[in-house]
Design a protein around this ligand. Structure first.
Ligand code: NAP
Length: 356
């Protein structure tokens, strides 16, 4: 089938980019700065080192990174909870500008050199990353690369949790743990937008104030209040239609109790450690549905990635969802960012400036 002239030009530009890529006289053979580690361990294993600038494969895009987001998954890989190979580059989300496209990037992705994009991929905390084009989201004018970098992983996670893991509906009551945090703060805003009453949790008075700013109707200080007692008091003993928890083992037992009959328990992370020793029979007390979702599975098909990304960007562009960027770090300070996140010192989103 004949392609229209614009598509042919795009294909030509891609094939020229690919030719550049395979030329023996650069630009893909030089080194670049990246935040790397050579063994698992505490945050001191992270260092800024020189590594080869990556070459994009046929369906990849080479992105010049401007900003990268910090996420719990970076800590799971660094500490060895999730396996990795060495030397490893940290970072799973970032944003910047497309420098080159692989020759086989589908035209329908509508990507061009110079586009501002955010990516959900690996090895992002580096001056350049080569990332599957299918995991790139083009940013509208209303969304900066600084916002895009902090949005794509936690934002898509939060949006798929409230749409796919448990579709939040108007009139429901939901419990959201760590409501002052990155993912939790976004879930709160989205659940409110979808018409739910939101009960949040947070561990300090300062975090409670932030959880309220995120839109919680009620906030429980779970450092000294019983979440279960408070949830039952606030729901006339019925419990919540859904519980969203990235805390893991520390709250799991009570989280199940906080669900109402036929409610949904969404456990999406391990901030306090992985859940162990659970017996499915426990679910039968209230016929609770239990789901342990992962973002990468929800968006593994380009169609799903595009749909949920477009919806997310629309919510941000319209100001319905606000990205709460609480702290910026340099590449040299990424270890500090990990410690702030795992040490419960952070709120909102933590991002790293890679380049202007
Ligand atoms: N399934 C997925 O695809 C997916 C994707 C993204 C994120 N996640 C998960 O979402 C969760 C939140 O990630 P995030 O990056 O948005 O972090 P975050 O919520 O900004 O920070 C974690 C918060 O968890 C709370 N927390 C409670 N107990 C904790 C403990 N023992 N250690 C550390 N923190 C504890 C703290 O808030 P308080 O001090 O207020 O308690 C802390 O600030 C993580 O479990 C992460 O793995 C999952």
């Amino acid at each position: 089938m004949l392609r229209p002239p614009v598509a042919r030009l795009q294909a030509l530009s891609r094939s020229l980019a690919a030719t550049t890529r395979f030329s023996s006289t650069r630009p893909f053979s030089t080194n670049m700065k990246a935040v790397i580690y050579n063994s698992t361990g505490d945050s001191s294993v992270l260092q800024v080192g020189d590594v080869p600038k990556p070459s994009p494969g046929p369906t990849d895009v080479l992105m010049k990174v401007e900003w990268a987001g910090v996420n719990f998954i970076d800590i799971y890989f660094r500490t060895g909870l999730y396996p990795t190979t060495f030397p490893a580059t940290t970072g799973r989300e970032g944003a910047g500008v497309i420098e080159a496209l692989g020759a086989d990037v589908p035209a329908e992705y509508n990507l061009s050199v110079g586009d501002r994009v955010a990516c959900y991929a690996q090895n992002v905390m580096a001056e350049y990353c080569a990332t599957p084009a299918a995991r790139l989201m083009k940013l509208p004018d209303a969304v900066t690369t600084r916002q895009g970098a902090g949005l794509i992983l936690q934002g898509l996670t939060a949006w798929t949790l409230v749409k796919d893991a448990h579709e939040v509906k108007a009139g429901e009551v939901v419990l959201v743990h760590a409501a002052a945090g990155g993912t939790g703060g976004l879930i709160v805003q989205m659940a409110k937008h979808l018409g739910a009453t939101v009960i949040g949790t947070a561990s300090t008075p300062e975090k409670i104030a932030i959880a309220k700013e995120h839109g919680c109707d009620h906030v429980i200080n779970y450092s000294h209040q019983s979440v279960l007692d408070e949830v039952m008091r606030l729901t006339d003993g019925k419990g919540c239609h859904a519980v969203f928890s990235g805390i893991g083992k520390a709250t799991f037992k009570d989280d199940l109790e906080c669900c109402r009959k036929k409610g949904t328990m969404v456990t999406f992370g391990n901030a306090s450690g992985a859940i162990e020793g659970f017996r499915p029979l426990e679910l039968g007390k209230k016929n609770v549905k239990l789901i342990r979702p992962r973002l990468d599975v929800y968006v593994s098909e380009r169609e799903d990635f595009e749909q949920r990304s477009a919806e997310l960007l629309d919510l941000v562009a319209k100001g319905i969802v606000k990205l709460d960027i609480a702290k910026e770090y340099t590449m040299e300070q990424v270890g500090q960012a990990h410690d702030d996140l795992s040490g419960r010192k952070s709120t909102g989103k933590l991002i790293v400036k890679i380049a202007d």
